[in-house]
Design a protein around this ligand. Structure first.
Ligand code: 2AM
Ligand code: CA
Length: 267
């Protein structure tokens, strides 16, 4: 994608994400209609659906050739990454949205033939917008984020991890993960994957381990982390596949290397 095309697309996406977020803030105290999806803790509300519908209408109106890969079913059937694809989570962290009315985000990643071009993550209630364009760095409310180049020992790092990793589980050797949890300075669980990636990019947490994230949970965040020199792979250290769910390790490169070599032992 050339710089001018990317810039124009970025400006549109930014306008729409801010507008959608402003609307959510306006109606945040209205009653929610809550359904469950894959399990009783997998929540969806009318706000998730309405926000996704809003993006689908805007995108299809302005860019009829672009495709949408999104969570709530108003996008396209996408089975390959050819063309321009908007990968959207209208509300990432729906459980936080329902229980806390904060700590959720709108996440948009725009990919061209599988290459991440634009990432936007909007922390709606804090009115903080994280953005990235390929090759141009990452920003928090227009302020450039610093490269993740500090040499940080694991003992002084904060790890974002879901508690499920430390429980008996089918994917990793949980004893190794327990060792990792004991070794790091502290752990956090924010509950919105998009914000967890944004915090890695911002450098306020240092490593992120999580299971089975969908493409829309990952798409924008991986671009942001990449733009500050961090690395996002699956737990085997392999390139992400944005057409399926991925188990994620995202971190600055040094921390990524230590965690993947010493602690993430697959079963
Ligand atoms: P969601 O709120 O859009 O569902 C919670 O730790 C993070 O994991 C959130 O980003 C949440 O996204 C995501 N998540 C929750 N359930 C999931 C599922 N069944 N598949 C993929 N991602 C999920
Ligand atoms: Ca969602």
């Amino acid at each position: 994608m050339d710089n001018q095309t990317r810039k124009l697309l970025f400006e549109k996406a930014k306008e729409w994400i801010l507008e959608a977020g402003n609307h959510i803030r306006d109606v945040i105290d209205e009653p929610l209609y809550i359904d469950t999806k894959s399990n009783p803790n997998d929540l969806v509300t009318q706000m998730d659906r309405n926000t996704e519908k809003y993006f689908a209408k805007k995108i299809k109106g302005e860019y009829p050739n672009h495709l949408i890969l999104s969570e709530e079913g108003f996008g396209d059937e996408v089975d390959n990454l050819k063309g321009t694809i908007w990968i959207i989570d209208p509300i990432d962290g729906t459980m936080n949205f329902v229980h806390q009315k904060r700590n959720f985000a709108i996440s948009i990643g725009i990919y061209q033939d599988g290459v991440g071009e634009i990432g936007l993550i909007y922390n709606v209630m804090e009115d903080v917008l994280y953005t990235a364009q390929k090759g141009q760095g990452a920003f928090k409310n227009n302020k450039q984020l610093l490269p993740l180049d500090k040499k940080l020992p694991l003992e002084e790092s904060i790890l974002v991890i879901n508690s499920i990793w430390a429980c008996e589980n089918p994917v990793v050797n949980e004893k190794k993960i327990q060792e990792l949890i004991k070794k790091v300075r502290g752990t956090r669980s924010i509950g919105s994957a998009a914000l967890e990636f944004a915090y890695i990019a911002e450098g306020i947490v240092d490593g992120y381990l999580t299971m089975k994230l969908a493409p829309w949970d990952i798409a924008a965040g991986a671009i942001l982390v990449n733009e500050v020199g961090g690395l996002t792979t699956n737990s085997n250290g392999e390139t992400l596949d944005l057409l399926v769910n991925n188990t994620i390790l995202s971190a600055n490169k040094q921390i990524h290397n230590k965690i993947s070599n010493q602690f993430v032992e697959l079963k």
